[in-house]
Design a protein around this ligand. Structure first.
Ligand SMILES: Cc1cc2nc3c(=O)[nH]c(=O)nc-3n(C[C@H](O)[C@H](O)[C@H](O)COP(=O)(O)O)c2cc1C
Length: 332
């Protein structure tokens, strides 16, 4: 584990603004890395290892090449909306280093689908690792028209995405999570899944879930999305629940250690609920995965793939290498 972490000396907003520059500098001197452990093939996509970068780290798809130098198994870019938009006003990120917790209230700041297209077009095909594109709606689009935003981004980026992630679980876009309510989900999701196949290409579509769903709603969301033909689930986004020891604002979402138990419980319940139905589906676990042990634990609980965001902040860019070394000792 890297012990020298100068980015943790900076304020979270400064280190967040600098992280793309640091990553680009770091990546410029290194070749793409392949860390092969538990290789996995799903629907023709080759994952040399099951540990990837979670959504939100590379919002515009301009850091993919640099992330490939870290030895990631796959990359998720976005959330990408049709039109460019700024972050929510006011403070948007905080960090509690002692508790290994992050808080954010970003609200999908990104340069829009056309800009992402320019970035992703620059990558050689087939991609060095699978690229998942996380899709959202602009904050000005009402929920009854939200599916149109998702379809627009999907149509723009179809040629460059190995899979799409439909994100309706962020707590930072007003009313977005309403679309996850079982009564709203079918009307929203059906038209999006209808465009899974186009121009002779079928792109898998995954749904990213909230960790704050009550059991009955979680099971309904899994059932409805399964019936409609979803290809998998990402469990989970940030949480709006607050443990007593955290002094983060009430609004916004929390990542890192406070999400560890919550995200594990959702994984366990989902795997049990889906049973045999998950056989050719993809289940990705994310939330509070901060150590190599955590990565392997999620795999042993039934996740096909694992992602992390907070581990890159609290452990640094060698998290993927450290996990590779740990997994080699554990499994080989
Ligand atoms: C600063 C920040 C920005 C994020 N942005 C996005 C995003 O744009 N889209 C998304 O689906 N998830 C986003 N997430 C959530 C992460 O993808 C992940 O689900 C969550 O942080 C839990 O994982 P972790 O505990 O490893 O950080 C963001 C998280 C953070 C901390």
């Amino acid at each position: 584990m890297l012990e020298f972490k100068p980015w943790l000396w900076l304020s979270p907003s400064v280190s967040h603004s600098l992280s793309p520059i640091i990553l680009q500098l770091f990546g410029s001197f290194r070749d793409y890395q392949t860390f092969t452990w538990k290789p996995f093939n799903w629907r023709g996509l080759e994952f040399t290892n099951p540990l990837g970068v979670a959504g939100g780290m590379d919002k515009n798809g301009h850091l993919v090449k640099h992330l490939w130098t870290l030895g990631v198994g796959f990359v998720e870019v976005g959330t990408i909306t049709p039109k460019p938009q700024r972050a929510n006003p006011g403070e948007i990120i905080r960090r509690d280093t002692k508790q290994q917790a992050l808080w954010n209230k970003m609200g999908f700041p990104n340069r829009g689908a056309k800009s992402a297209l320019r970035n992703l077009k620059g990558l050689k095909s087939p991609h060095f690792t699978p690229i998942f594109v996380n899709v959202g709606k602009n904050r000005t689009t009402p929920n009854d028209k939200a599916h149109e935003d998702y379809i627009q981004v999907i149509d723009t980026l179809r040629e460059h995405a190995d899979a799409f992630v439909i994100n309706i679980s962020s707590p930072n876009t007003a009313d977005l999570r309403e679309l996850l309510q079982p009564t709203n989900l079918k009307g929203f999701l059906a038209p999006i899944l209808n465009v899974k196949q186009k121009d002779g290409r079928t792109t898998p579509m995954l749904l990213k879930l909230s960790p704050d769903l009550e059991d009955q709603d979680l099971f309904s969301v899994l059932d409805i999305s399964y019936e409609l033909g979803i290809d998998g689930w990402i469990l989970t986004n940030t949480t709006t629940t607050r443990t007593l020891s955290l002094s983060f604002p009430k609004e916004g979402g929390v990542s890192g250690k406070p999400l560890y138990d919550i995200s594990k419980k959702i994984l366990e319940k989902s795997v049990n609920h889906l049973g045999e139905r998950r056989r050719d589906k993809l289940v990705i676990s994310v939330g509070g995965v901060l150590t190599p042990e955590d990565v392997c634990e999620r795999l042993e609980m039934g996740a096909n793939l694992v992602q992390s965001y907070s581990a890159l902040v609290f452990s640094g860019p060698f998290f993927f290498r450290d996990t590779f070394e740990y997994a080699k000792r554990k499994y080989y």
